[in-house]
Design a protein around this ligand. Structure first.
Ligand SMILES: NC(=O)c1ccc[n+]([C@@H]2O[C@H](COP(=O)([O-])OP(=O)(O)OC[C@H]3O[C@@H](n4cnc5c(N)ncnc54)[C@H](OP(=O)(O)O)[C@@H]3O)[C@@H](O)[C@H]2O)c1
Length: 286
């Protein structure tokens, strides 16, 4: 149970909507306000059962817990709209890729800040979400409960978030591609696409459950159990080896993680420069 009366989700896009949906269905006592710019976003929020508004400032004022789920390059504009004087005492979780805890802490004056990296599996309550804090937070359990509503949670040091993004954030796309390739192989061998697709999804789900049930057992053991001598599996595994698929998949995650790091440096630097400017403008007005 979430120990708050109000949650605000600023930027109810793909990830924000998944969080709103989980909150509305699984934390009924909590008032959920979500923001967007377009009529379409606001309609979607309403259809999920939350209060929809374009007014980011009022949304923050109405909540103890605030999720920031706009794209990183929209963050400075979001702050222009909220102002800098609404954050004191709020627990704020950013899911924005790349914007560092130190940057968030420097502009969200008086807030307790966290970063989280969920993935799109949040829609079905199966996100693998990494959460990082700057070490001074007293609301860890609240933040963990929030992301437990959309799946599994893992506390990690902030520096792991780029690798997390390359593995778990992008992971659904990589696995979708592998599923598609295997289904196409079945089509090439004469099966209907629809049946092949459903079959491989069942296989993926079952294999994940089996590997999870055998915690501590290396996946190679399952592989060896399936691969009987001179059988079908070893014939397929030989192709995987000769085509370098395992090495390619390792590189896939390394490259995606590297890109996350690159974007992070770029985004964080731009955000800090722009935020410093609007912070100064706000102070000059006081
Ligand atoms: N997609 C993923 O798999 C994933 C995974 C982990 C983390 N993330 C992070 O999550 C964040 C959102 O990603 P997403 O894929 O959900 O993007 P998205 O679908 O584009 O959602 C962003 C939302 O922010 C809204 N927005 C922009 N400026 C706003 C403002 N000033 N006030 C209120 N709302 C505003 C947009 O509303 P309108 O559409 O109405 O303009 C849009 O609905 C990003 O920072 C991303 O790095 C994404």
């Amino acid at each position: 149970m979430l120990e708050v009366t109000g949650v605000a989700v600023l930027g109810a896009g793909k990830i924000g909507s998944a969080i709103v949906k989980a909150l509305v269905s699984r934390a009924q006592d909590v008032r959920v306000v979500a923001t967007g710019r377009s009529a379409e976003t606001l309609r979607r929020v309403e259809s999920l059962g939350a209060h929809a508004t374009r007014d980011n400032r009022r949304a923050v004022e109405s909540a103890e817990l605030v999720v920031i789920s706009v794209k990183p390059h929209h963050f400075p504009q979001l702050l222009r709209e909220t102002g800098f004087d609404v954050w004191d005492g709020k627990v704020v979780v950013s899911v924005m890729a790349g914007v560092r805890l130190a940057t968030l802490q420097s502009v969200l004056e008086g807030a307790e800040v966290y970063r989280a990296m969920p993935n799109l599996n949040a829609y079905v309550g199966k996100s693998a979400t990494a959460i990082a804090e700057n070490g001074s937070g007293s609301s860890r359990s609240l933040v963990e409960e929030l992301f437990s509503l959309v799946g599994y949670t893992y506390w990690v040091p902030e520096e792991y978030l780029d690798v997390w993004t390359g593995l778990a954030g992008s992971g659904p796309a990589f696995l979708a591609e592998i599923v598609d390739a295997l289904a196409m192989g079945a089509v090439a061998s004469g099966m209907s696409r629809e049946l092949a697709y459903r079959a491989i999804l069942d296989v993926m789900e079952g294999t994940a459950l089996l590997l999870k049930a055998r915690e501590g057992v290396h996946p190679a053991q399952l592989r060896d159990e399936v691969a009987t001598p001179a059988g079908t599996t070893i014939r397929g595994l030989t192709v995987l080896e000769s085509e370098g698929v395992k090495a390619a998949l390792m590189r896939v995650v390394e490259e995606a993680s590297r890109r996350s790091r690159e974007i992070g440096v770029d985004v964080d630097e731009k955000a800090r420069k722009e935020l410093a400017q609007i912070w100064q403008q706000a102070k000059n007005k006081i």
